[in-house]
Structure formats: structure tokens, C-alpha cells
Design a protein around this ligand. Structure first.
Ligand SMILES: [Cu+2]
Length: 228
């Protein structure tokens, strides 16, 4: 009997000491650096608005847990300007300005319209379907934002220097997606090994991007023009 207890204790000890090491070894960090090609003389100041995510290879469906987030309406801006969330996440839009705002999107995968609401109030929306949601305010045409809903837990936003890191990525094949509102998109296949993966530098091209006016929620031009 005492032998049996010793044996079980020994097995348990082995499992405890070995298992965490295996887990760490099989989940590496995917790192990289984004830059943006601008028009001659222009400097990139919005690399932090770059979204990076890894979709696992076909057939692999990772567990995605929706979250609750907030995007404030502040000084006639959305803050933050860009956010990436797992599909199914709810984003609240608290109005912190002393006047009314509206939030609407015409995204084909899930448009919505909060109607007007005043200071101190908040409306929200659940971003059920994967995709890019451009957000606007029906009062202030220069208020724009983007929500990117993804079907993976492996996502991040680049830092102000364009560097990104996605931690704890299990080894395997993925499609690495990069999105930026002016630089467009980039996709590449990456094979993440146990120690992770260092993505070769990626350059997006914003040199032909134009800041075009958009329509209001009724598809008409804004009455006060393209100004605040
Ligand atoms: Cu507004």
C-alpha cells in the first residue's frame, strides 16, 4: 500500500513538473514590424491603428471569447479610433461631450444605428459577424472609427513604432492578416513553431490613399459639409 501511494505521488510530481514546460514550449510569440509607405515627404503617425491577427489553418476553430469594450465619444472623436475584438463582443459608446452624438455603421455584415443621444448616456452594439465596421456619427462627418471583429483569439494592435507581438500562439499554420485604414490589408501564410515566429517586415501602401467624404446615415451628403 505504501508503495502504491509513493508511486502515485511520484507520477503526480512528474506530471506537475513536466506539463507546464510542454505548454510553454508549444506556444510561442509571433512578432513583427509594420511600416507604411507614404507620399513623398509625409510621415506616418498612426501605426498604432494597425490591426494584426492570425486565423488558424482551415479546419481549426479556436475558442473565441467575446468581450465587453468601450469606445468613448470625446471631443468629437471616437476614443480609441480603432479597436479589434473577437466576433460577438459588445462595444459601448459613452457620450462624454456636452452635446449629442450618433453612432452608425453601414457595414454590409452588420450595420446599426444608435440614434442621437446626449451627454452622460451610452449606447452599445454587439459585433456578431467577422469583418471591418467603419463607424460614423450622423452629426459630425469627421468623426470616424473602425471596429474589426475577428474569429480568433490571436490578435493585437501594433505599437506607435509599428512593432507587434501576439503571445501564446500554439504551433501550427496560420494566415497572418494586417489591416490599416489608410494602408489597406496584407495577408501571408506563417508556420508558427514551438518557439514562435518572427514575421519578416511588412510594408503597407498608403501612398495612393485619399480621405474621401462619406455619406450620412440616410445616404445623403452632410448638411454642414465635411467639417465638424
Ligand atoms: Cu458626433
Amino acid at each position: 500500500m505504501s508503495t502504491s501511494i509513493l508511486l502515485r505521488a511520484g507520477l503526480l510530481g512528474a506530471a506537475v513538473s513536466v506539463l507546464p514546460i510542454r505548454l510553454v514550449a508549444a506556444q510561442g510569440a509571433v512578432t513583427g514590424q509594420i511600416s507604411i509607405l507614404e507620399r513623398p515627404g509625409d510621415k506616418t503617425t498612426d501605426l498604432g491603428n494597425t490591426v494584426v491577427y492570425l486565423d488558424p489553418a482551415a479546419g481549426v476553430k479556436p475558442k473565441v471569447s467575446p468581450v465587453n469594450k468601450s469606445m468613448a465619444l470625446q471631443s468629437k472623436n471616437f476614443s480609441p479610433h480603432v479597436t479589434v475584438v473577437p466576433a460577438g463582443s459588445k462595444i459601448a459608446f459613452p457620450n462624454q461631450d456636452p452635446f449629442s452624438h450618433n453612432v452608425f455603421s453601414k457595414a454590409p455584415q452588420g450595420g446599426f444605428d444608435t440614434d442621437l443621444y446626449g451627454r452622460g448616456k451610452a449606447k452599445d452594439n454587439v459585433f456578431k459577424t467577422v469583418g471591418v465596421y467603419p463607424l460614423y456619427c450622423n452629426v459630425h462627418p469627421r468623426m470616424t472609427a473602425f471596429v474589426i471583429a475577428v474569429a480568433t483569439p490571436y490578435f493585437t494592435q501594433a505599437g506607435a513604432d509599428g512593432r507587434f507581438i501576439i503571445d501564446n500562439v500554439p504551433a501550427g499554420r496560420y494566415v497572418l492578416h494586417v489591416w490599416h485604414e489608410r494602408g489597406g490589408t496584407d495577408s501571408s501564410v506563417v508556420d508558427v513553431v514551438a518557439s514562435g515566429f518572427a514575421v519578416p517586415k511588412i510594408q503597407l501602401d498608403a501612398s495612393k490613399w485619399k480621405d474621401l467624404p462619406h455619406k450620412d446615415k440616410n445616404g445623403k451628403d452632410y448638411v454642414n459639409g465635411d467639417v465638424y
